[in-house]
Design a protein. Structure first.
Lengths: 475, 244, 200
């Protein structure tokens, strides 16, 4: 692929985690056969849907907050260059250093160089989708630097040599007894009497990480938002691992997608209401840290911000698809998605699973690299209703399907169907001819794919003696 | 009232009883039903599978066929949804502003059956009799695309002899999704399995909905498992009387 | 300036060639000043997220904090804490090492703002609240709130706060929902949060 300088570009291949090894239906096959996984997912998504629904119902102005959130994001996209430049100025004035990374490789290089310059062989990490996306941990390891994930779920994934399967709760596919087994197997110094009681598991993580927090001089984080007007960055979290990373080290490196910028301080009054209620189903998450550059004597004294493109400009170039950049990574769409609930996140191949992943990943990579994802939805619309910033995911899925490469046989069949249906007499003739299909029987024995996919679990309807059209003509 | 009937290609071809029931019901309520023969398909399958260019002639045909009518009804929330939410959008994204305007105008006059009855004809008791235990599945496009809300339930509650039982997790998709059922057959079937479990748990002998497509999917599964539960389109229940 | 900066900005400008014009942001949600703060709501929401609430007079702060620090636990305080609140035997942060901070039986601070509707207290690093690290490492955080610091909603808090200060929003003790999406209190931050609401 030729890339012209200055033209929107997709995320490069060979680095990061935006592309799966196999198409969605094949990847989903294994997950669908794993009854433990299905139970874990159902339990987790049912729990979160209930919690979220209850705290959202407490706010009389939830729909108006959604409208405001949606409009703020659209405004951000329309003047993104100016807002990024403003953010850069404010962060710099406050003592921070801003870096620009055109893609994953450049971001990884910038972070690796900064860690080396700080003289550290280890970094502590706050859970961050952006650094997952670019494969930062692998890049650091290649450079001899040990990244330590400090979020409990990320730690479970890292110790289990696993992949994240949910935006908010990367180990959602694991239940308590599986987590206990992972800790017993891979957590240095763990109490062999460890039980699977969640508070006991959380305490084990506390003990294991405390020394690491106190002895590591560099942290890497993402950011939930950055305020252009003030240069303020924010991380929303629960456990306090974020506070540890954002407070204790000398050097803090934050990697943030360019779409995360918000125009004004006041805009936070909208997003700090939308995000916790939509994501963890809490009125407010336990901890949110906000910092503006360097505060002398308090927290990291070397503060860096890496602004990441990695395909976002290509998403922005699609007038329909750019809405995917409004996402605030709350996971509400995953939690209500009937497809996600049954397949889990790994089937999507990308670090961005679920409905938002099905529209974001193919746009970040170019649709040819994730062509099956826009079809990984029944278009039921639950995601649109759940989205706190009202991203119309179903319409975007339909739009991306139109841009996706189509199998030649399907294309021919669709063209033939459209040809027939554009001609009422031919259509009526075809309807009668279709009755011949009754030969297949209701179980559809011998039908070729993809029709055999239907009859694997469903009978065919009985063909009627007479179409409605013929009945009407005879009345 | 003179009502133009868009039968939908699926009901026309595979589920004529749902289409006939719509006609019988509206005529029994004293309305004139016309069936323009030039109609075929709304093009939803094409649009939703990624073939907007191929759908364009079907969208044009729908607008041409139905533009002359004041009120149009379709026995499908999904087709009504496609007409209302996709036709003008597809036309305009393909640079046909004239068609987009015409499609938007026709779409505004196109109703799903329960909407026509409750919102336009202002009737909830259609005088039906249907002595069965029935559960209602709100199809996704009825629920979230055109937002019929509880209109179908209000109609069903007035049906004499009918024992309406609530479907657990009713708002969850049945897994049909058009070509999704073929392209992601295993996921679709997993969703269907849960839907069937919920339907069977109600003890209903009939599962009804406003879309023949979802009913084909659910009914195909219920039949394969020999559950004994039948799927019947909402129109067929509302058209039933003590004499039928 | 890095060339990637120009490259990215050029790409974004090219992506926005259609020159989208965003509609004005509708802000008809409940803005700052809509409701007056309700102390009972705050207390209810704090308790719901497992913070312990104590109603005390200003003269009782020191003794309460000392009691909460437990037997033999010294109370750590920020350098600018009002003298009348300081328990006997407490020690002030003057650039202490993390190890010394972590060894405190409890840390006692003031707060900048509290949000009733969400059960949140916000620290802004003022002298009576101190460096962020002192409220992070001890296992017990005792936070004193004056009733006039309580606002009704998030917009009210945003309007009061200065973003140029380091801000920590705290809603209950450290918690996680990472195991089966059930909230479990007590991970890396203080496992016990006590809020002393002063009598007005």
């Amino acid at each position: 692929m030729t890339t012209f300088l200055g033209m929107p570009a997709t995320a490069p291949r060979g680095v990061g985690h935006l592309r799966g090894d196999q198409p969605f239906p094949r990847a989903a096959h294994d997950a669908l056969g794993d009854s433990q996984l299905r139970r874990n997912l159902r339990h987790a998504t049912t729990t979160i849907r209930g919690k979220s629904g209850r705290v959202i119902a407490e706010l009389p102005d939830w729909q108006r907050l959604r409208d405001a959130g949606s409009a703020i994001k659209a405004d951000v996209m329309s003047r993104l260059p100016d807002l990024l430049a403003e953010l850069e100025s404010r962060v710099t004035e406050a003592g921070g250093v801003v870096h620009w990374a055109a893609d994953a490789n450049e971001a990884n290089r910038i972070v690796t160089d900064l860690v080396r310059r700080a003289g550290s062989e280890r970094v502590i990490k706050v859970k961050s989708m952006a650094t997952q996306e670019i494969g930062l941990n692998e890049a650091l390891e290649d450079a001899g630097i040990t990244p330590v994930e400090t979020d409990l779920a990320e730690l479970i994934v890292q110790l289990g040599d696993d992949k994240p399967s949910h935006i908010l709760v990367p180990a959602i596919h694991r239940n308590r007894s599986e987590i206990r087994e992972i800790f017993l197997r891979a957590m240095p110094g763990v109490d062999p009497e460890l039980t699977d009681d969640p508070p006991v598991l959380a305490a084990a993580a506390r003990r294991y990480l405390r020394e690491t927090f106190l002895s590591t001089s560099v942290a890497v984080s993402g950011a939930n938002f950055a305020i252009a007007e003030t240069g303020t960055l924010g991380v929303v979290e629960s456990e306090g691992n974020g506070r540890m990373c954002l407070t204790l080290p000398d050097t803090l490196i934050t990697v943030m997608g360019i779409e995360k910028v918000l125009p004004t301080w006041r805009d936070l009054e909208v997003f700090l209401q939308l995000l916790p209620r939509a994501s963890t189903g809490e009125r407010m998450n336990p901890y949110t840290t906000m910092w503006t550059g360097v505060t002398p004597g308090d927290g990291p004294q070397n503060v860096h911000l890496v602004l990441l493109d990695n395909g976002r400009s290509a998403v922005l170039a699609d007038t329909v698809g750019r809405q995917a950049l409004h996402c605030i990574r709350c996971s509400a769409c995953l939690n209500v998605c009937p497809v996600y609930e049954r397949t889990g996140g790994h089937a999507y191949g990308s670090v961005y699973p679920g409905p938002i992943g099905a529209v974001l990943s193919p746009q970040l990579t170019g649709i040819e690299d994730n062509a099956s994802l826009p079809y990984a939805s029944s278009l039921c619309g639950a995601c649109f209703d759940a989205c706190p910033v009202k991203i119309d995911i179903p319409s975007m899925l339909v739009h991306l399907r139109d841009k996706a490469p189509h199998p030649p046989a399907e294309r021919a069949a669709m063209a033939a169907a459209a040809y027939t249906m554009s001609r009422p007499r031919l259509y009526a003739y075809a309807q009668r001819a279709a009755k011949m299909a009754r030969i297949a029987g209701r179980r559809g024995r011998g039908l070729p794919p993809p029709l055999s996919g239907w009859t694997a679990g469903r009978d065919l309807p009985e063909f009627p003696e007479q179409t409605f059209r013929d009945w009407w003509a005879q009345r | 009232m003179r009502i133009a009937f868009f039968a939908t290609c699926l009901a026309d071809t595979l589920f004529p009883e749902a289409a006939k029931a719509t006609v019988r019901l509206l005529e029994r309520l004293g309305h004139e039903v016309v069936f323009p023969f030039d109609q075929t398909c709304c093009g939803q399958m094409h649009v939703n599978t990624g073939y907007q260019t191929e759908a364009l002639p079907l969208i044009r045909r729908y607008a041409q066929t139905f533009d002359r009518y004041e009120v149009i009804v379709a026995p499908s929330g999904s087709c009504a949804g496609s007409i209302r939410h996709q036709h003008a959008m597809v036309a305009s994204s393909h640079g046909d502003a004239g068609l987009a305007a015409r499609s938007a105008s026709v779409a505004a006059r196109t109703y799903e059956l329960s909407e026509l009855l409750v919102d336009v004809l202002k009737i909830e008791d259609v005088g039906a009799y249907y002595p069965h235990r029935v559960t209602y599945h709100p199809t996704c496009h009825s629920l979230r695309m055109i937002r019929v809300g509880d209109k179908p339930l209000r109609l069903l509650r007035q049906v004499r002899g009918l024992d309406l039982v609530e479907l657990p997790a009713a708002e969850q998709c049945c897994g049909f999704g058009g070509t999704f059922a073929l392209k992601n057959a295993e996921t679709s079937t997993a969703m269907l399995a849960d839907k069937m479990t919920n339907i069977v748990s109600t003890g209903a002998d009939v599962c009804t909905a406003g879309d023949s497509s979802c009913l084909m999917h659910i009914g195909g599964g219920l039949s394969r498992l020999r559950t004994g539960v039948r799927t019947v389109h909402l129109a067929e229940i509302l058209a039933s009387t003590e004499s039928t | 300036m890095s060339t990637s900066r120009e490259l990215i900005l050029d790409r974004i400008r090219a992506a926005l060639r259609d020159a989208p014009v965003a509609a004005e942001v509708p802000r008809d949600y409940r803005p700052a000043g809509t409701n007056t703060a309700d102390l009972d709501v705050l207390i209810d929401r704090l308790a719901d997220y497992k913070a312990e609430v104590h109603r005390v007079g200003a003269g009782e702060v020191a003794a309460t904090a000392a009691r909460l620090a437990g037997e033999g636990g010294a109370v750590l305080v920020p350098p600018g804490l009002p003298a009348e609140w300081r328990p006997e035997g407490s020690f002030a942060d003057d650039g202490l090492t993390p190890e010394r901070i972590a060894a405190a039986g409890a840390v006692l601070t003031a707060a900048a703002v509290a949000v009733a509707e969400t059960g949140t207290i916000v620290l802004d690093g003022s002298p009576d609240q101190g460096r962020r690290v002192i409220t992070l490492l001890p296992d017990v955080h005792v936070c004193v709130l004056r009733p006039d610091q309580v606002v009704a909603s998030v917009p009210d808090a945003i309007a009061r706060l200065d973003p140029r200060r380091p801000l920590t929003w705290i809603s209950g003790p450290s918690a996680t929902s990472d195991i089966e999406l059930n909230r479990v209190e007590g991970v890396h931050g203080p496992r016990h949060l006590h809020v002393l609401v002063l009598d007005s």
